[in-house]
Design a protein around this ligand. Structure first.
Ligand SMILES: Cc1ncc(COP(=O)(O)O)c(C=O)c1O
Length: 439
């Protein structure tokens, strides 16, 4: 095989990518829908957004949908909906984007981090159970990078302890767990639908629940002009002002785009699945890398947002992931080392006094004599795996010739990895980042 491109050989990926990575796919139907709102001046209205909520809820099979300006606020509204408040704990994975849980600080609650399962990269049910206390008010389940979490076990634990599950499906639009769509398991479920996600409509988020009380509390918290939908007498008398002091209205250019996208997404998702599975099948048996995808044939990875592989350095004689990635990139393919750095490693989760309580916010509303070591404990899998994950190309089209070039790039580097060992100065300890990898 010819020389690696990084060592002055010829590049493997030669074809122009065309639309291979273009996302979202904007059609004339999207343009028409957005222009209609724009021309009518209803950008700040709620009629289109309500329709979007209803159609999305119907598609997913949930009773209520509530649209938000972004996923972060949908999750905040959902926490309030579920009754999270002062002194409560919310169990969540640390290996995720911060907006899966950090909002609880502003409600006076604290996150408690569970480790993840190595195969799924999602919250480890065994660890969840060991962390439940009388203060636990919710368990956040993130279907990280579209991988479905172990919902059978998580649901059993949640039911046993009578704690609600809140699904963060921001990476997992259309993901199936044993044939059932994620976002239908939790008492509440939220999705980010910003442009980088697999269901992408601009900036936006959406919350779902079947529980009227959760819905009405979320309305009360930030949807101040929708007081007419609040029916329960104990909440209705507070309608008119947002209880949280937040404004949670979605921009209608997004919901108009979203209404069209609801009709197109499934077909687009299946194309992505075909392309990504083709890529993974071709690399499945290669030494040194492991595609991350569900083993169960009735489960799926939805739209494959942020597709990751695990790098198995020991199988490549210790070659750094940093150097491996450089070599893949030199071939013209995609290989970005790292995933989200686990949140608990950031001083915001151990030291920072955000609101002036005179102690770290993490402990602000917990009993003074609480054993802090439980909150500050190590999470071995999260802490070790994030620096051995890497992002592979996220194909939006099933274009065999173009995808084959990317497969060939990976195969070439893997077959000649020894050539990279000599000048390997890659420092994998620098891999990672606390914010999302939106490229
Ligand atoms: C897992 C997860 N949850 C929540 C969010 C927050 O969504 P948004 O960026 O729309 O606020 C993101 C966004 O990247 C995310 O990745």
């Amino acid at each position: 095989m010819e020389k690696l491109a990084l060592l002055n050989g010829e590049k493997t990926v030669k074809l122009d990518p065309g639309d291979l990575f273009r996302w979202p796919i904007v059609t004339p139907a999207h343009e028409k829908a957005v222009l209609e709102v724009l021309r009518s001046g209803r950008m700040s209205g709620i009629d289109v957004s309500k329709k979007f909520e209803q159609e999305y809820a119907k598609k997913l099979g949930r009773t209520y949908g509530l649209a938000y300006p972004n996923g972060t606020s949908a999750i905040l509204g959902g926490f309030y909906g579920l009754g999270v408040g002062v002194g409560h704990e919310v169990i969540a994975p640390s290996l995720t984007f911060w907006a899966s849980v950090l909002q609880v600080y502003s409600l006076g609650a604290t996150p408690v981090f569970a480790d993840v399962d190595r195969d799924t990269l999602c919250i480890d049910p065994k660890d969840v159970e060991s962390l439940i206390s009388e203060r636990t008010r919710a368990i956040v389940v993130v279907h990280y990078t579209g991988m479905p979490a172990d919902m059978d076990t998580l649901q059993k634990i949640a039911q046993k302890h009578n704690v609600p599950i809140f699904e963060d499906c921001s990476h997992a639009h259309g993901t199936l767990y044993k044939g059932r769509e994620v976002g239908t398991f939790g008492q509440a479920a939220a999705f980010s639908v910003m442009s980088g996600k697999s269901f992408a409509i601009g900036e936006g988020g959406i919350l779902f629940t079947d529980d009227r009380k959760v819905y009405e509390r979320a309305l009360l918290f930030g949807h101040y002009i929708r007081g007419d939908e609040i029916l329960s007498p104990e909440l209705q008398r507070f309608a008119g002002l947002p209880a949280g002091g937040y404004k949670h209205r979605m921009h209608q250019l997004s919901s108009a785009f979203g209404l069209v996208q609801l009709k197109l997404y499934d077909a687009q998702m299946h194309t992505i699945q075909k392309a990504m599975n083709y890529f993974c099948d071709a690399l499945q048996d290669q030494k040194g890398i492991r595609p991350i995808r569900p083993k169960d044939p009735n489960s799926s990875k939805g739209g494959w947002y942020f597709p990751l592989f695990e790098y198995l350095k020991q199988e490549l004689e210790g070659l750094s992931l940093t150097r491996f990635a450089e070599a893949i990139q030199a071939e013209g393919s995609v290989c970005y080392p790292g995933s989200n750095t686990p949140m608990h490693l950031h001083p915001l989760l151990s030291e920072m006094d955000v609101y002036g309580h005179g102690k770290p916010t993490r402990f602000a509303n917990l009993p003074d004599n609480i054993d802090r070591s439980v909150y500050l404990r190590k999470l071995p899998i999260s802490e070790s795996i994030y620096q051995s994950l890497f992002q592979v190309p996220w194909f939006k089209q099933f274009d065999r010739a173009r995808i084959d070039e990317h497969i060939a790039a990976y195969r070439k580097v893997l077959s000649r990895y020894r050539d990279l060992l000599a000048a390997d100065t890659g420092d994998d300890s620098k891999i990672g980042g606390f914010s999302t990898f939106f490229r």
